[in-house]
Design a protein around this ligand. Structure first.
Ligand SMILES: Nc1ncnc2c1ncn2[C@@H]1O[C@H](COP(=O)(O)OP(=O)(O)OP(=O)(O)O)[C@@H](O)[C@H]1O
Length: 618
């Protein structure tokens, strides 16, 4: 991708365009909690008007003091002021000022409090949406690197605090304060406001410019950052610690991390340095303008056009306004920058899955009568040049156990993914009971298939939940979980755990007990049984099991799946031979098929592979 030029006017255009993201964002905040949002708006509105009210009461106090001390024969003792009641008005003004100050403090605290609650609510509601949406997307989408970058940026939006929420709210509040102060200033002299604007516009431009540059830097570096985070993770995660130590990978990982991080740091620093110099200059310009206005106010007070109270009110207003408008412009530019990040979030939410159920999707037949048929199926992974499978035709009859054998990369797992419609064939079609798989309801299809992939997930949860994951709505059905565990020989694993089924497994959390590869695999197989689906698929589920366990697991699999349609992938011929039929795959095609005995007689690839393995055991 061409490197975008940071000072490109298009960047500004993009930035302004990103402000269109703010209204839907406000809608998201509202959706996260209408009650809290209303309270927040009300509190901010009150808080927005207190500064001008306080300054105005301050002016009244000074004018009153000046009036009182100018009175002929005013009391000289403090006590006499109270006794005569001459200072009553002043007293009320001071009480009003105090009440405003106390109220403002309390409201400030309440704003912080509601702000943090609202942040949490928003993070929760966005994270839930993110997880829901991610689960709807195609597997192919997840394997796309550009999507990964976008997801990474979107995820960052929902992690921890969402700065833009506070910024938007503060922006609204400050705008109301500015309007209230501005109205006061204009009443005295409209030119004062103009002077302020002249002082601030260059500073605003500067902020916009540098924020754009920083955003573009972050945007360009999303892929690097993912790599950097990945390196940091494998360099310090428990899962990889063993291998990193043995292979002495630490310095390699650390150096690579350091290189990437350093590059990012240097680019960041270059922008920040320029920002420092330019912004220092522009801010000084603002200060000069402020003091010109101050001189004008002092002059008018000396000539008697303005009172002392007016002087304090105006100089106070001017000072506050300057700070406020500066802050407003800066945070406006920040907000526009943050709104650009929202783009990533919205783009992620706009991503639609391509694999979906059609409008009149059929339910999966129960029971399946004929089974599946691959008709000249070809499939290429997105962006891949090579066909993973091509010209693939075979049948998987209802109630039959078929084993797939073939060398690494022959296309076995790809067939499973196509069967579960995690991908669609690029050419040809897959039929179920004579109808295209695409005619059926997707959820129903997935519910009818129990698959355990070779890279099954090791959930850092309890042993019971690891099994229940196969059918999560039966999570509370302990009998069913135990039954599934027994079928998969996982009951023996669980019997050894200190807390049995309720034992936390995996090392990620405290109290977790780590399992061996084979023990994890038994839990995963139990997950498939938990499902009790019509079609059972095990993709190399026994690779980590010892010989006896594997034999037993398959014996059971065969007995239990006698009424089911089952697909089994294994590199071990001792297991494969139990299948009703074996398909030998080579380069994404069925090279031969038959029973173990038939294939041995054919004297082909199967026999060759079988002999090779058998030799190893002699
Ligand atoms: N996500 C993917 N993106 C691109 N290509 C892929 C992807 N997954 C697999 N492939 C390619 O598709 C081909 C078939 O892979 P597949 O995983 O189906 O093989 P397999 O027979 O299951 O291998 P193994 O015995 O090693 O598990 C391989 O050439 C592989 O490189």
């Amino acid at each position: 991708m061409a490197k975008p030029e940071p000072a490109n006017p298009q960047v500004y255009a993009e930035r302004w365009a990103a402000l269109k993201n703010i209204p839907p964002f406000l809608a998201m905040i509202w959706r996260a909690s209408p009650g809290l949002t209303s309270v927040m708006i009300l509190l901010r509105l009150i808080r927005a008007l207190t500064p001008v009210a306080m300054l105005w009461v301050g002016k009244l106090i000074i004018d009153e003091v000046v009036r009182l001390i100018a009175l002929e024969g005013h009391p000289s003792q403090l006590g006499d002021w109270w006794i005569t009641g001459m200072a009553n008005h002043l007293l009320w003004l001071v009480i009003a000022e105090l009440a405003l100050a106390l109220g403002s403090d309390i409201i400030g605290r309440l704003v912080t409090y509601t702000d943090s609650l609202l942040q949490e609510k928003l993070v929760i509601s966005l994270s839930v949406r993110l997880m829901d949406h991610a689960s709807d997307l195609d597997l192919a989408t997840f394997e796309d690197a550009a999507f990964q970058d976008r997801l990474d940026r979107a995820r960052r939006q929902t992690m921890g605090r969402i700065p833009i929420l506070g910024q938007v709210m503060q922006q609204l509040q400050d705008s109301v304060t500015v309007i209230s102060f501005g109205a006061g200033l204009i009443a005295y002299n409209p030119w004062l406001v103009l002077l302020l604007m002249i002082a601030l516009i260059p500073a605003f431009w500067g902020e916009m410019h540098f924020n754009s540059e920083l955003y573009m830097l972050n945007w360009r570096r999303a892929a690097d950052r993912r790599e950097r985070d990945y390196l940091r993770m494998i360099g310090s995660a428990a899962d990889s610690a063993k291998e990193v130590k043995i292979f002495g990978l630490n310095s390699f990982l650390r150096d690579r991390y350091h290189l990437l991080a350093q590059r990012f740091y240097r680019e960041n620093r270059a922008i920040s340095r320029r920002q420092l110099a330019v912004m220092a200059l522009l801010t000084s310009l603002g200060t000069l303008c402020y003091y010109s206005a101050y001189l004008w106010i002092i002059g008018r007070t000396l000539t008697g056009t303005l009172s002392l109270g007016d002087l304090t009110f105006l100089s106070g207003s001017f000072l506050r306004l300057r700070g406020l408008i500066e802050g407003l412009l800066i945070s406006f530019s920040n907000m526009a920058g943050q709104a650009l990040y929202l783009d990533d979030l919205y783009k992620f939410f706009d991503e639609e899955p391509l694999i979906q159920s059609g409008p009149n999707a059929l339910p999966i037949p129960n029971p399946i009568r004929q089974g599946f048929a691959f008709e000249n199926v070809g499939f290429k992974y997105p962006e891949a040049e090579r066909w993973a499978v091509r010209g693939l035709s075979f049948e998987l009859h209802a109630g039959e156990t078929v084993a797939l054998v073939g060398e690494n990369g022959a296309g076995k797992t790809t067939i499973v993914k196509l069967l579960a419609r995690l991908y669609e064939p690029t050419e040809g079609r897959i039929l179920l009971d004579g109808r295209d798989l695409r005619d059926y309801d997707l959820d129903d299809l997935r519910a009818s298939i129990g698959v355990i992939f070779q890279d099954f997930v090791r959930y850092a949860m309890t042993a019971a939940d690891n099994i229940a994951a196969g059918r999560i709505d039966a999570r509370d059905d302990r009998g069913r979980i135990e039954n599934a565990a027994e079928r998969a020989l996982a009951d023996q694993v669980i019997a050894k755990l200190p807390a049995g089924y309720d034992q936390m497994v995996g090392k990620r959390f405290a109290r977790g007990v780590e399992l061996s590869g084979g023990e994890w695999q038994k839990l995963a197989i139990a997950r498939a049984y938990m499902r009790d689906a019509q079609v059972l698929i095990l993709d190399e589920p026994t690779a980590a099991l010892d010989a006896r366990a594997e034999f037993e697991v398959f014996q059971r699999f065969k007995d239990l799946s006698s009424a089911k349609t089952a697909l089994l992938i294994s590199h071990r011929f001792s297991s494969v031979r139990m299948a009703d039929r074996i398909l030998v795959l080579e380069d994404g095609k069925v090279q031969a098929q038959g029973t173990h005995e038939q294939l041995l007689v054919q004297n082909g690839r199967y026999r060759e592979l079988f002999e090779l393995q058998a030799q190893g055991y002699r």
